[in-house]
Design a binder for this molecule. Structure first.
Ligand SMILES: [Zn+2]
Length: 484
């Protein structure tokens, strides 16, 4: 019981930090204006079926149509094992109940499934299924059978459906399970009723907001308390937990201190660090984290010179530390998709295995689904982490408008020479009395000083006056050549 969850709420956003032994391990930020839609259930309308891609676009009432692939369609009348083609399952204009499984990311629309699942605290309810599954994180076989039996005993006879028993159910008693079941069944009845009475496209169910998801998804038996810094929301959360998960109500605490909650626990600093490209290691080495559209790379480096005598040992220790730090950074930054890790090269197979073992151990606290492959022939570790909500950087940052994300801008000198070429081009093409260069301060300064001769020579050559004008709002790469 040593973990704490901090909930910082303003009207604009909710921020949640999960601290384990006083150290921030996870950050979640939800903006009121940009709330994700994963878990939302809609009655949608099929707007296009694309047999070539075995997928369909579904209008769910948002700006952009959502995407449904045949693999995510639950066929109510399957013919043997073979999957029916999408054009036999869906038709344009059909209304269809769908759930969002992935938020719209960058240019891709939200991704849908027709397989409905409703998450409770202990159970996930699958109304269209009939089996009982168990979280893979509950490993013990007899424990699994016991839980399955416990649930079977209390299942109401008039409610159909399948269930997945979540890790949290391990320590739950019968009353907790009954409360979860009642909540889920009530939810599903409401959804069905709404879908039968309101025509598509319509939102049938919106997943809980972040502060409520904290209570449902983030609390476990190690959570000592949940600190909330808004009285109004504190009261809402207590009320929600009293009606549905009484066991945690007493762990919710109102924070009334003068210092902002995230300052007090140094979470602001952690957020700052989680956006940096470089992460320092205690051993003197450092990580460079590069996040691109397609994948994330993490490059482990030793700091400075290492003596030959302790070389292997230093490399090994740096990689061991990096393994822990990387696992934490994955959670903090909420990085998803393909991740490639370039540990410092190790000769010894024992060392490689030990680093992998350390890495897997550090990853075991992560709630997100992860697969790690061993070292490739090039010495890289490839892994995937399930991508659901946007990464921290995507929530808080945008591509740098000056360099468009390249991380580099052309030098002022390069721009000067581009401008001179542009002047020459335009003087040949147009008959102007005079030319004026609009550019940033740095570029104009260069024309007045080091490049003044180049400018004068060109002026002589084209036999036209050239004037300069600083444009404060221009970035170094921006300029205009104006004909007067
Ligand atoms: Zn930039």
């Amino acid at each position: 019981m040593s973990n704490e969850i901090l909930v910082n709420i303003t009207p604009q956003e909710t921020r949640v930090a999960i601290l384990e032994q006083g150290v921030t391990q996870e950050l979640h930020i939800e903006r009121t204006s940009g709330r994700g839609i994963v878990g939302n259930i809609y009655n949608g309308r099929v707007s296009r079926v694309l047999p070539g891609m075995q997928s369909a676009f579904v209008d769910i009432g948002l700006d952009r149509a959502a995407f449904l692939h045949v693999a995510d369609i639950r066929d109510p009348k399957p013919e043997g094992d073979a999957m029916k083609p999408i054009e036999k399952l869906l038709y344009e204009g059909n209304s269809i109940v769908v759930q969002v499984i992935k938020d719209a990311i960058s240019t891709k629309g939200a991704r849908l499934s027709t397989q409905i699942s409703l998450a409770g605290r202990l159970l996930v309810y699958l109304p269209q299924e009939s089996h009982i599954g168990i979280s893979q994180r509950i490993e013990d076989d007899s424990e699994r059978e016991l839980l399955r039996e416990k649930l079977r005993q209390i299942l109401p006879e008039d409610e159909e459906g399948g269930y997945i028993i979540r890790t949290m159910a391990e320590t739950a008693d019968e009353n907790d399970l009954r409360a979860d079941l009642a909540y889920l069944h009530r939810l599903w009845r409401d959804i069905q009723q709404k879908s039968a009475t309101i025509s598509a496209p319509v939102l049938l169910y919106q997943d809980l907001d972040l502060s409520h998801r904290v209570l449902r998804d983030f609390i476990d038996e190690d959570t000592a308390r949940i600190l909330v810094d808004s009285r109004e929301n504190y009261q809402k959360l207590v009320k929600f937990s009293q009606s549905y998960m009484t066991c945690i109500a007493e762990r919710i605490t109102l924070y009334t201190g003068d210092r902002p909650l995230f300052d007090l626990y140094a979470v602001e600093e952690e957020i700052e660090r989680s956006l940096a490209k470089r992460v320092n290691l205690k051993s003197g080495g450092y990580l460079i984290i590069d996040q691109t559209e397609a994948l994330t790379t993490m490059d482990v480096n030793t700091g400075g010179f290492i003596g030959v005598r302790n070389f292997d040992d230093t490399v090994f220790k740096t990689n061991l530390e990096a393994a822990q730090v990387i696992a934490r950074q994955l959670r903090m930054r909420n990085l998803g998709g393909i991740i490639i890790i370039d540990f410092i090269d190790m000769e010894s197979e024992d060392h490689k295995n030990a680093v992998l073992a350390e890495f897997n151990k550090a990853l075991s606290k992560d709630r997100t689904r992860i697969t790690v492959n061993g070292f490739s022939t090039l010495g890289l570790v490839e892994m995937t982490r399930k991508r659901t909500r946007e990464s921290l950087a995507h929530v808080l940052c945008e591509i740098c408008p000056t360099c468009q994300g390249r991380g580099e801008v052309r030098t002022a000198q390069t721009i000067c020479y581009e401008i001179l070429r542009e002047l020459l081009r335009e003087s040949r093409q147009f008959d102007a009395n005079e030319f004026r260069i609009l550019a940033s301060q740095q570029v104009i300064d260069l024309f007045l000083d080091e490049e003044s001769q180049s400018l004068a020579q060109l002026g002589d050559f084209i036999a036209k006056p050239i004037s300069l004008q600083i444009e404060e709002s221009y970035s170094q790469e921006q300029y205009d050549v104006i004909l007067m």
